[in-house]
Write a protein that binds this ligand. Structure first.
Ligand code: FES
Ligand SMILES: [Fe+2]
Length: 370
């Protein structure tokens, strides 16, 4: 029997540390310039050195807290605008304190501005947000990430790539469960060229556990959307399969394969602050690569979708202001439940230093109408 579980949502959604997050689109970060960004309520200053290598520092001078964004950057060192302390932008190490006299032998290289591992990957500058450092920051080099920033999977040498983003005035949790929620499609994403609300029908999908997340197993996409019909025709492929993965803390990967053609996307929901997140979608594909207007068309379609989600969450934020009781129902909200369980299991494993206990024990079939 389907169960109805009224579940109180924690409005001050925890933001998970110890992961890579997308900070800024790479094409907006120019050499020798400084940019502000916020991730998990941490103020950052981001830039690119003379060689084009990106970096991220905490936007606060370890001396007296002046935003480093207001300093001077010559492409190598960043000089604080208050007392001129200079820092290496890549590791944050202090290089020079102008007020020291020749006989004052302070070890300036033991001082660090907060520094974050930073990588450019698939159109974005990614920043690794480590678990909170013990107090005494200012004298500690940064924590190195255990692995590289997430990569968008590509299945051929040549492809097109595009990104888009949208800011949502809701917490990370609402952003993420909004993204994985199948039941809003017929109501939020209506368009004559996509689908109408009358095309709603029963669906059944198989899910399986994967490390740190779950997968909607390879399946033939729903037949009630025009682009898939078009794709089937164009690719001349009998089978079109879609796989959708969700992996903590915020990664949704979708892969569509039809014969030699493929489409791949990596969507992230990034916590900016407690009540604010941002959706970034990066997609790559090798379909229609040589048809000039297609990238623009794809971007238009995606932008439309993301805008519909953004507008919906903006309205939802109104309703959430007064902290209402919320509920998650089976089966349509089961992925959302898994998300909360995964998050709790992750935190629990961290607390007791044990291996994370996955909330799913095996494959599950879910049914809903959408
Ligand atoms: S506050 Fe930055 S040098 Fe003093
Ligand atoms: Fe949506």
């Amino acid at each position: 029997m389907p169960e109805l579980l009224p579940q109180r949502q924690d409005p001050d959604s925890l933001m998970l540390t110890g992961f890579w997050y997308r900070a800024l689109p790479a094409d907006r970060v120019h050499r020798k310039e400084l940019y502000k960004a916020t991730l998990l309520e941490i103020p950052l200053v981001i830039g690119r050195d003379r060689l084009g290598q990106p970096f991220a520092l905490r936007d606060s001078c370890p001396h007296r807290g002046m935003p480093l964004y207001c300093g001077r950057f010559d492409g190598e060192n960043l000089e604080c605008g208050y007392h001129g302390w200079q820092f290496d932008v890549h590791d944050g190490q202090c290089e020079f304190i102008p007020s020291l006299t020749a006989d004052q032998h302070m070890k300036v290289d033991r001082i660090y501005a907060g520094s974050y591992a930073c990588e450019e990957q698939d159109s974005f500058v990614w920043v690794f947000i480590p678990d909170p450092a013990p107090p005494g920051a200012g004298f500690a080099p940064r924590t190195e990430p255990p692995d590289a920033a997430p990569l968008l999977e590509k299945f051929s040498e040549k492809y097109k790539l595009a990104y888009l983003q949208a800011e949502m005035p809701v917490s990370i949790d609402h952003g993420i469960i909004g993204l994985m929620d199948p039941a809003h499609g017929p109501f939020v994403h209506q368009a004559w060229w996509w689908r109408s609300r009358h095309s709603i029908h029963e669906k059944q999908k198989n899910f399986e556990p994967i490390p740190n997340g779950f997968r909607m197993s390879a399946h033939t996409p729903s037949t009630n959307s025009a682009p898939y019909k078009l794709l089937r025709l164009y690719a001349d492929a009998d089978s079109i399969t879609t796989t959708i993965d969700f992996v903590l803390p915020n990664l949704r990967t979708e892969t569509i394969r039809a014969g030699k053609y493929w489409f791949s996307s990596l969507t992230t929901v990034t916590p900016i602050s407690r009540n604010h997140c941002r959706i970034d979608v990066v997609a790559a594909w090798n379909l229609f690569r040589w048809v000039p207007f297609v990238p623009r068309l794809m971007k238009f379609v995606f932008a439309k979708f993301v805008e519909q989600d953004r507008r919906t969450m903006e309205l939802q934020a109104e309703g959430l202001k007064h902290n209402p009781h919320l509920m998650l129902i089976d089966d349509a909200d089961r992925p959302a439940k898994w998300y909360f369980q995964l998050k709790a299991a992750h935190l629990e494993a961290k607390r007791n230093g044990a291996k994370m206990k996955h909330p799913m024990t095996g494959p599950v079939t879910l049914k809903w109408r959408s």
